[in-house]
Design a binder for this molecule. Sequence first.
Ligand code: 5AD
Ligand code: SF4
Length: 478
Amino acid sequence: MNQLGATKWIDESRQGTALQPEEPSATSSRKCYIESYGCQMNFNDSEIVAAILKEQGYGLTTDVAQADLVLINTCAIREKAEQTVRKRLQEFKSLKQNKADMLVGVLGCMAERLRHRLLEEEKLVDLVVGPDAYRSLPALIAEAESGQKAVNVLLSREETYADISPVRLNSNGVTAFVSIMRGCNNMCTFCVVPFTRGRERSRSPQSILRECEELFEQGYREVTLLGQNVDSYYWIDPQTQQATTFAQLLEMVAQINPWLRVRFSTSHPKDITDEVLYTMARYPNICKYIHLPVQSGSTRILQLMNRTYTREGYLKKVERIREILPDCGLSTDIIAGFCTETEADHQETLSLMDICEYDMAYMFMYSERPGTLAARRYTDDVPLEVKKRRLQEIVEKERTLALKNMQKEVGKVRTVLIEGPSKRSDQDFCGRTDQNKMVVFPKKHYRKGQYVNVRITGCTAATLLGEVVEETIPEMVA
Ligand code: 5AD
Ligand code: SF4
């Protein structure tokens, strides 16, 4: 799977990461280990869980053997993610044999569907908690401690965890994710999210602004506003009845400070408005980068997926983005081998990729998910071998396009926010351009959290290489 240093929806390198607190909590008597899978929203949920547990006196550990409470925050989007989680649960079960009072819990998107199997049949876990029930964790832990099987998988129409300040985990101290809404109402036929995460609901702008302001004060210089479909963000003030749209929210966050970069993910092609694009154009600190999942280049397949746009409609949106934001990075999600997909449909996906010249894409083979409309109505009839081959062709196309886009950067000067040391060398820093491309350059006397102007001197398919040019931008003090 290709991942070119961008804001990641599903970051393969982070799957199964044991979450680490910024400051070790040596004083806590009870320790919790949290492992996370899936999308960025799920990782952000783990930070909310950590905040709830911190209130209860739990510290975090990255060593599962040290833990009194082991939590696995799961993803159900594709079958592979589920299999990985089951394997991990087996491993935890054997660990538990030597440590009888250790509790094991399943959180997140797998909770609802697999609760009976995990709790009763396979006896793999002590507690099962769905994505809207994290506030009940302390009570459920107490129940589990008293030997009962503790379950809460109820979905909510209101829960946004608005008042909970997430404990930032595995953080670089510069970039952070902020959830602005939960759930999804779109009902794409392949997708399990509307079932596992429930109805769409938006978080109040006040609580979002407060969180972003606090992050800025703590030294963070970039926030990514997260939602399954950020364009349908909509908040009505219960007192004044005044509505806030996503474009307005984006503007409010951008106004916190010109030195706070703002990103967002994910946009839906049917919902992204010109107003959002114009707002992006007006504020230099709103990063010029849009993740716009297309899923397929064939109108027939898009209809079967219930994406509610056509190939032409999608291309018009992309044209509009290019018109209003000529220097905008663009990425997408693509599914290979959806039900009934023909060779001609697949070719349409490849040709659409050429037209859109994506900088990055997340590419998947279609994986039938129980309960979805596609599972109930259509036959998963594209043979695995064909899916694999088509995915491979999509991946190759994406590599070529991404490399071409990287090569176009060579010679340009880009403003980069320094995120920290490069993975490959401690002599180098890394950070991203406005368009979300990772740049590596010699450290010299620069500092993390600082903006610098970098001349791009070379590239690989994943990374730009550069040198800071003289006119560095002074770090702003809040
Ligand atoms: N099979 C394959 N890919 C899927 N996605 C969602 N559901 C499925 C599925 N059943 C992909 C979509 C979506 C991304 C988050 O995951 O491309 O945009
Ligand atoms: Fe799933 Fe579609 Fe909602 Fe994305 S927009 S979470 S693909 S239902």
